[in-house]
Design a binder for this molecule. Structure first.
Ligand code: PBG
Length: 326
């Protein structure tokens, strides 16, 4: 008995590259950068080995380190000097992200993306303005419509500071339209908008919340971020954001949600982004530290899988480390 179909014939070293369906390159990757207004020095982020919070004065140097590896795009997160109920430092002209963006876009050729959310800037740690009763009744914490203006103001202030793209991650209904209109009104019609359209209420964000100091002081985010049990709802979320004017649709987290990346790939002609989140990064690092997994191989396989599922671009903490090896 001789099998006629022998897929092995195409697995030799010589032919594998010719029949490879997916490729990964540095130009697919976006590297997160944390800019911290509370420090004069670089501070390592314990839960994300290899990553640091840097002061504004180091932002350009940090971005150049990333560009030296071949990664040209960064997404900037901020740790403000102070927090208050309305997250005012998120949309201040001299806010930490605004100051960093001005320097990064003025002094480097990086493609600069601003993360638009309030959770790092509010003293309660939620992604918008909250109800007075929130502490006792956390089921309906964030006031959706009151939050829209603040997100729009944040996006415009980032665009004013030179951002090439803004990326709203607050999961506020209507945020894409509110931001798009505000950007256009302010003369920023060429600033692109990448929506965290499908953002799940995920336990995989833990290490990031340490890094950016953005954990909610009470309650959780499950009445504004998506239920991990839902798949069809992801298409609904993405459709709304596409109609509201998003240029890129993102799925977050990445690996546990490959089915969703695939669904969006099939349904939309927009570029699809996947966010390989902090927990996905920390897991591999922790296992590698114990000698249980090969860090580089598992990181590469993770990102390749996101691309295979349909992502065009990937936001990942592995960007710098992997880029040089691609
Ligand atoms: C802000 C924001 C978060 C992440 C990206 N933007 C935190 C959150 O929603 O809790 C998480 C990124 C990661 O875990 O790597 N809303």
């Amino acid at each position: 008995m001789h099998p006629t179909d022998r897929p092995r014939r195409l697995r030799t070293d010589g032919v594998r590259p010719l029949v490879s369906e997916t490729s990964l390159s540095a130009s697919d990757l976006v590297a997160p950068v944390f800019v911290d207004a509370t420090t004069d020095e670089r501070v390592p982020i314990e839960t994300m080995p290899g990553h640091e919070r840097v002061p504004v004065d180091e932002a350009v140097a940090r971005v150049e380190e990333i560009r030296d590896t071949g990664v040209e795009a960064v997404i900037v997160f901020g740790i403000p000097e102070s927090k208050d109920p309305n997250g005012t430092r998120a949309y201040a002209e001299d806010g930490v992200v605004q100051r960093a963006l001005r320097r990064i876009t003025g002094e480097t050729d990086a493609y600069a993306i601003g993360d638009v959310c309030l959770c790092e800037y509010t003293d309660h740690g939620h992604c918008g303005v909250i109800e007075e009763s929130a502490e006792t009744d956390p089921t309906l914490t964030v006031k959706n419509d009151e939050t829209l203006d603040l997100l729009a103001e944040t996006a415009v202030s980032q665009a004013d500071a030179g951002a090439d793209m803004v990326a709203p991650s607050a999961m506020t209904d209507g945020q894409v339209r509110a931001i798009r209109e505000a950007l256009d009104d302010a003369g920023h019609e060429d600033v692109a908008l990448m929506s965290y359209a499908v953002k799940y209420e995920s336990a995989f964000y833990g290490p990031f919340r340490d890094a950016a100091d953005g954990a909610p002081a009470f309650g959780d985010r499950r009445h504004y971020q998506m239920d991990p049990a839902n798949r069809r709802e992801a298409l609904r979320e993405a459709r709304i954001d596409a109609e509201e004017g998003a240029d890129v649709l993102m799925v977050k987290p990445g690996l546990p949600y490959l089915d969703i990346v695939g669904d969006l790939r099939r349904e939309f002609d927009h570029p699809i982004a996947a966010y390989n989140v902090s927990g996905e990064y920390a897991m591999l690092h922790a296992a590698a530290e114990k000698g249980w997994l090969d860090l580089e191989a598992t990181a590469h396989e993770s990102l390749l899988s996101l691309k295979r599922a349909g992502a065009d671009l990937i936001v990942t903490y592995f960007a710098e480390d992997l880029a040089g090896r691609l």
